[in-house]
Design a protein around this ligand. Sequence first.
Ligand SMILES: Nc1ncnc2c1ncn2[C@@H]1O[C@H](COP(=O)(O)OP(=O)(O)O)[C@@H](O)[C@H]1O
Ligand SMILES: [Mg+2]
Length: 239
Amino acid sequence: MLEVIDLHVRYGNIEALHGISFTVREGEMVALLGANGAGKTTTLHTLMRLPPPEGPVVTKGTIRFRGADLIGAPAHEVVAAHGIGLVPEGRHIFGNLTVMENLHIATFARKDRAAIKQDLDRVFALFPRLADRKNQRADTLSGGEQQMLAMGRAFMSGVRWILLDEPSMGLSPLLMQELFRVLKELNETGTTILVVEQNAHLALRYAHRAYVLETGRIVMEGPAHELAQNPEIKRAYLG
Ligand SMILES: Nc1ncnc2c1ncn2[C@@H]1O[C@H](COP(=O)(O)OP(=O)(O)O)[C@@H](O)[C@H]1O
Ligand SMILES: [Mg+2]
């Protein structure tokens, strides 16, 4: 399990997270909700140990993953040694490469040929649109398809803990639903998910639990179905 305790981080002289605590257990799908600027991306970048200037500096607190301390670990180690992958905001796929090449690159550190083949079949089963477009350049995909490719890539890297930064951003309501249904299916078949979202409606429908982040503090937490009924959440986040 992932355990974050009293985490304080800063960019330069400005503290962005003021002592947040949360946990994600193996097998869960957990949502971190919050408005623009609340500190969601900062939280994910801290977990991935992204170095400054993009990543913030940890000044206090603990990040433990399966008992190991992640605070001293560099980003590549978080992926390689701990098997946690990030699907960043804005997707960061290789536009001049094909869908297949993008998926293939993600497997560079793996040697388990048979499992790679299985995972590829699984990605194409989850995202038939990607299978149809596997020889197409990634920069010619629609926004939704690029988001699918970014998720497929994380899965192909072999990680089974995936952090996603606002996957619904810029997608049509229909595509958002489709994407979250696939996320849920990934989760139900063994991938643990921490998803950061501004779209509380969507995230609370699919996640097990959620935390609400407001200007660097967690102000509410609980089972997703309870938060969806909470009057304060309804007023502030569910319109
Ligand atoms: N690389 C950075 N350098 C300096 N300040 C940053 C950086 N990234 C984010 N911030 C600041 O940290 C706060 C939280 O930002 P962020 O984590 O991106 O919010 P969210 O993802 O919830 O929209 C904001 O005030 C933002 O301006
Ligand atoms: Mg963000």
